[in-house]
Design a protein around this ligand. Structure first.
Ligand code: FES
Length: 130
């Protein structure tokens, strides 16, 4: 099978899809080749990601990686979420076809961009949140 059961599951029932109106960290990542765009909204309280949602305009794998990435960082300290890698996302999904690996890179980039926005808005630095 081309896609793992986990990918199919997250694709058909994405977790945490949507938008957070009062997010204090918003980030976006896109891929110029396929034109897909992913947006991440974070609600951080006391250095912990209380809520996270995503909006993804892209392929099925991009939706699956967004969904699992939100599950992986929800409830975690920002310092830990900052360590999320596309490799970790791919292995949490039991793999992706080689031509879909770039979709997982969007998840890592969107989370990092949302964290950067959070740091900018809060005045905190990554070192302080360690
Ligand atoms: Fe580009 Fe999936 S094909 S993000």
């Amino acid at each position: 099978m081309l896609y793992s059961e986990k990918v199919m599951d997250h694709l058909h029932s994405p977790r945490n899809a949507g938008k957070i109106e009062d997010a204090n960290g918003v980030g976006e990542a896109g891929n110029v080749t396929c034109g897909d765009i992913m947006r991440m909204y974070l609600k951080v309280e006391d250095g912990v990601i209380e809520d996270v949602k995503f909006e993804t305009f892209g392929c099925g794998s991009a939706i699956a990686v967004s969904s699992i990435a939100t599950e992986m960082i929800k409830g975690k300290p920002v310092s830990e979420a900052a360590k999320l890698t596309n490799k970790a996302v791919v292995s949490a999904l039991d793999g992706l076809p080689p031509n879909k690996i770039h979709c997982s890179v969007l998840a890592e980039e969107a989370v990092k961009s949302a964290l950067e926005d959070y740091y900018k808005k809060s005045g905190e630095t990554p070192a302080q949140s360690e």
